[in-house]
Design a protein around this ligand. Sequence first.
Ligand code: SF4
Length: 286
Amino acid sequence: MGISDGSNQHRAPQVALEASSPFELRVNLGRGVPESDVRTALATGDMGFLHSFTTGSAVDGPGIRVVAWTTGCQFRCQYCHNPDTWTMSNGIPVTLAKATEQLRKYRHGLKVMSGGFTLSGGEPLMQCRFAVKLLAAAKAMGIHTALDTNGYLGDRLTDEDLENIDLVLLDIKGWNADRHRHLTGMEIGPVLDFACRLAARRKPVWVRFVMVPGLTDSPEEIAQIASFAAGLANVARVDVLPFHQMGRFKWKELGLNYTLDQTESPSTEAVERACAQFRAAGLTAY
Ligand code: SF4
C-alpha cells in the first residue's frame, strides 16, 4: 500500500479515501508502510492515517460537515461503532498535502452551508501533529473547524493549537471512575482535566454522551455529568446519542468479543428523559 499524495510516485490506495459512511469496514490499508515512515509521519504530522473522508454530515458540528475519520484509538469502548478505527494501520496513509487538497474542494460549499470540517476518529489526537496541521490548514482556508475527541490526550494540544479549533466535540462517556474504566479501558481523569482546560480558555464545547441501556443510563450518573458540564460554562450543547447496532458486524468481522450483542437501543422516552436531565441543569440538549 503506497502513501496517498495525489502524485503517481507512490502506488495509489486500492480503497477510495471518500466513503459513503464511516460504517464501511476498513482493515490493513496502511500495513505496507515501513515502520520508520510511520514514526516520522507521527512526529512531523506530514502524513496521517485516515479511515475515510465523508461529506454531508449534519450531526458532527454546526451546519453541513466534511468529516475526516482518523485511525488509532487508545480507548476500547464496549459500545464502539467503529472498532476498525482502533488500529492506526487499518487506515489509508495520506499526506497532509493530499488531505488539505481534499478539503480545498469543499471550502466554498461549506461556507455557503455554514458548515465546516470535523476531524473525528478513532481518536484524532493519537496522530496529534497531523491533526493539528490539518485543522490549521482548514482554518487558514476560512473553514470552521471542529475536533471530535475522547479528550484523553488533550494535553498534547498547545494553547496555540487550540486557536485553530473553533469547536471541540468532547465525549464524556461516564462519571464514576470504575465504571468509566470498565466501559472504555481508560481513566476518566485526563478527560475531565481537558474539559476544565477548555472551559478556562472559553473554548466552545459540545458534549457527546452515548446512552447505552444497562451500561450508561443510570439517572444518577447522568445527573453528575450534567452538573459537571453545566459548571463549565462553555458547553454550548449536549448531544445524547442513542446506542445502536450498526457497528456490530465489525466486531464480528474483526473477531472481537462484543459484549453488547443483545443490547437494544434506548427508547425515545429514555433518551428524552436524559435530555431533560441535562436541560434541568441549564444546558441545551438534543
Ligand atoms: S473513543 Fe470512540 S473510537 Fe475510541 S473506542 Fe471509544 S467509541 Fe471507539
